[in-house]
Design a protein around this ligand. Structure first.
Ligand code: SF4
Ligand code: SF4
Ligand SMILES: [Zn+2]
Length: 274
């Protein structure tokens, strides 16, 4: 397998993965969305809520606030040695909120949550939680835990994760008369006319929609659009809880562990049969 980083920012990554089949990249995508753990608020104790928003709605909103995750310092609750429903310092982070509207109506934002761990805080300070009228108050304690996207979408470390086949565009120099119809129709501006021939300007922008092939007046067609069998463009957008690199590395580790476990179970089954 060969991997080339096409683009990387703090929240986005786009990779060219070659030498694997579709089942591998799809497994990687599924592990990222459902198995890579991250932190989210899971329990809330409302101490005072005189706003017009119900306690359940506030708890739901708090659960959806993405929290920066420190995967190295915390255990998944099911793997933690405390085996306690309430958790311990190794599997739980407490955040508190104490907001009052003394002057007049105001909004309460995620930035007002105070975490006991400075590394586990909301990704954004500007997520609205409630609105308070004058003299209303919201006081609560929230408990965040590591969890997995397969149990609740609030534990998904990505807002998008997808792949597509690497496009393959061929233009026959014998049949093409450089009429330019394919260039005009392409919605992604993949093709360009250079003197008397058609060039592929940006193959990765191609969505394999086939519009250009249909627009070609030649019989048989002067161009073909297909895809490489073992090459994929893989993209993900993090919610900000984990970096894209860490998310991918964790997914590869988990997938590797799951495959080893599968292999050992197949071996046991085989030895039982023989
Ligand atoms: S298949 Fe669609 S996106 Fe790709 S080059 Fe043709 S028209 Fe453009
Ligand atoms: S539409 Fe067909 S003939 Fe015209 S430029 Fe494109 S490939 Fe060539
Ligand atoms: Zn614990």
């Amino acid at each position: 397998m060969e991997i080339k980083v096409l683009e990387k920012t703090d929240v986005n990554a786009r990779l060219l993965i070659q030498g694997v089949d579709v089942s591998y990249v799809n497994a990687l995508r599924r592990v990222i969305t459902s198995e890579v753990p991250c932190m989210a608020i899971d329990d809330v104790v409302i101490l005072e809520n005189s706003s017009i928003i119900q306690d359940e709605t506030i708890a739901h909103r708090l659960g959806l606030v993405p929290l920066k995750t420190d995967l190295d310092s915390y255990n998944l609750p099911e793997d933690c040695q405390c085996k306690s429903e309430f958790g311990c310092n190794l599997c739980r982070v407490t955040l508190t909120l104490d907001a009052q509207a003394k002057e007049g109506t105001r909004s309460v934002y995620s930035g007002e949550l105070i975490s006991e761990n400075k590394d586990v805080v909301p990704v954004s300070d500007k997520i609205p939680i409630a609105k308070l009228a004058k003299e209303q108050e919201l006081r609560l304690e929230a408990y965040a835990r590591l969890g997995k996207g397969k149990n609740h979408a609030k534990w998904q470390p990505v807002s998008m994760c997808s792949y597509k086949y690497y496009p393959k565009i061929t233009v026959s120099s014998k049949r093409c008369d450089a009429c330019g119809k394919c260039v005009e129709i392409c919605p992604r501006k993949v093709l360009t006319k250079a003197e008397n021939k058609i060039d592929v300007r940006d193959v990765m922008a191609c969505t394999i929609c086939q519009d250009c092939v249909q627009a070609c007046p030649q019989v048989p067609k002067a161009m073909e659009v297909g895809w490489e069998e073992r090459a994929f463009i893989f993209g993900l957008e993090s919610t900000g809880v984990l970096s894209p690199e860490r998310t991918i590395m964790e997914a590869v580790k988990i997938l590797d562990r799951q495959l080893k476990e599968f292999e050992s179970k197949v071996k046991v089954k085989k030895s039982e049969e023989s």
